[in-house]
Write a protein that binds this ligand. Structure first.
Ligand code: MTE
Length: 317
């Protein structure tokens, strides 16, 4: 068994510097059925600024649904895991700075009635973008709070009409040796792939993301489009996606292939199930020195626990 994740020093806190004002997801969810969805769910493109005057549901500060303040743009974009570039978290941004993210196509195929190939413009024009402040909990026991711009994966999946045999969704990252120096390490099972059960993929918390802080996603964070599954360890949130495939069987995934005893397919955040080499009971929020308790399903239990009601989560970790 290999040492999966490298360790690297964390950046100094540059403070919490909200660059825009965002609403709280839970308050949004509560008022979602209400009238003016469009008023506070205003469709936006990277660069869009939230109009704080338009509604009282907007929070005055940039916090996640549990009230935790967002990390700064600087923190989110200078401390990254993106092994296709490097194992060094603080060097990803520099090595990825010239990464070509346009033109870009995402193939949606497999067990669907309506397979298709989409450009990023196709997707962002078809599916209104919204902002969601989610916590991201890495399996390495650090976390961040990130204001993502994206749309629900479910919207796209429903449009391609999964066939009844489709039970899982498989995702694949670009594999381009000319741009991604980390791919030269052939001991890894490239391309990076991930997978979700179809009901997880259809869950309204599961996002396809194209931006951070209202700006286009930078390369180091998975431009031009990535997955974000907030109740799972960060490695499920695959970056720079070129293919989304509906399949019948549980797909092979990158980390699960490398070390199945350490990185389960489900990878739901669980403080009660230790990684074989470290505890998952606590985490360190980037930018803070103290550790805090890790929450079951990363704080999203109310929304997602029902997906796993018939499963033993210590076996299906
Ligand atoms: N996706 C790809 N293609 N390659 C990677 O190395 N790392 C994962 C995930 N997605 C990774 C990836 C891990 S381990 C984490 S914690 C998150 O991306 C980190 O996302 P961030 O750098 O935007 O914080």
């Amino acid at each position: 068994m290999r040492n999966a994740y490298s360790s690297s020093t964390t950046p100094k806190s540059s403070g919490i510097t909200p660059e825009a004002v965002y609403y709280n997801r839970r308050s949004f969810m509560k008022s979602a059925g209400a009238i003016a969805m469009g008023a506070f769910l205003a469709a936006c493109n990277p660069g869009y600024e939230t109009d704080i005057e338009s509604t009282s549901t907007l929070s005055a500060s940039l916090v996640d649904e549990l009230g935790a303040p967002a990390n700064s743009y600087e923190e989110i974009t200078s401390f990254n895991n993106f092994y296709e570039f490097t194992l060094s978290k603080t060097e990803v941004a520099d090595l990825a700075k010239d990464f070509k993210t346009s033109p870009w196509e995402v193939e949606v195929s497999g067990l669907v009635q309506k397979p298709g190939v989409y450009t990023i413009d196709d997707l962002t024009q078809k599916y209104p973008l919204e902002e969601r402040v989610y916590r991201l909990r890495c399996v390495e026991a650090w976390s961040m709070v990130i204001p993502w711009t994206g749309f629900e994966l479910a919207s796209l999946l429903k449009d391609v009409k999964p066939l009844t045999d489709a039970k899982y969704v498989r995702f694949e990252t670009l594999h381009d040796l000319t741009q991604m120096p980390g791919l030269r390490d052939t001991s890894y099972p490239w391309p990076y792939t991930e997978g979700l059960r179809l009901d997880e993929a259809l869950h309204p918390l599961t996002l396809l993301v194209t931006g951070i802080y209202g700006k286009a996603l930078p390369p180091q964070d998975g431009a031009p489009i990535r997955l974000v599954v907030p109740w799972k360890y960060g490695f499920k949130s695959i970056k720079s996606i070129i293919k989304i495939e509906l399949v019948e069987k549980q797909p092979q995934t990158f980390w699960n292939t490398i070390a199945p005893d350490e990185y389960g397919f489900y990878a739901n955040v669980n403080p009660d199930v230790s990684h074989p080499r470290w505890s998952q009971a606590q985490e360190r929020r980037i930018g803070e020195n103290t550790r805090q308790k890790t929450l079951v399903f990363n704080g999203y239990a109310e929304d997602v626990a029902a997906l796993y009601s018939d499963m033993d989560l210590s076996e299906n970790f």
